[in-house]
Write a protein that binds this ligand. Sequence first.
Ligand code: ZN
Length: 257
Amino acid sequence: MGYAGEYADDIAHAVALLREAHYAIALTGAGISTSSGIPDFRSPGVGLWEHADPMEVASIYVFRRNPERFYAWVRPMVAALLMAEPNPGHRALAELEAGGWLKAIITQNIDDLHQRAGACEVLELHGHLREATCISCYRIVPAGDLLDTFLASGEVPRCAACGGVMKPNVVFVGEQLPIKVVNATMEHVRRADLMLIAGSSLQVMPASQLPLLVHEHSGHLIVVNLSPTYIDDVAEVVIHADVAEVLPRVAQACAGG
Ligand code: ZN
């Protein structure tokens, strides 16, 4: 836990950059949702890694061959996702957007917590859990009831129309990112003169490359993340701390006039 004055200079610098920016955007990753109780499933030592390699079990090829295996593996994660509530980090970004300081939030998360905190322009590069698609007939349905039933029974969700396996609308390993979301993201990135990277260690392609694009056209970078990232060297402000602690102070200072 930091004391109140910790990072004061860095936060003031970040706020000054946000005030000067004409088109600031945020990029978020798993780190913004860990204090909402959602583990970063790519981090070594976190439960889901111990029994299976997500790169394999969450791949579209394995899913099509053996959906039972995927659903058994993902069940604790779905429970955590459905119970999670937005934290002060999500709320701070929503406030920054509402105040006009941020134009968009690009996220690698699938947890819906930015929207539930009140954010509007959220680009979900890795999809979301609000809907599911039948892998046989491509029918799309709201996922809420399916997931509740799955959590209770543990059985693979099936399509009501054809009996095919239902797949949540999240991007699996080996799948393309949703093209409309990618195009909208690139439009924001092209316009951005500042990117706030919050709770992402920038290890997952292609989202990890977005700060470089902003940097290439002389946009400023602010990094708030527990661990170092590859972009720290060229970022204007780097704060290695919990985003749920730092972002509310940034939002408060911006709103403070
Ligand atoms: Zn179907």
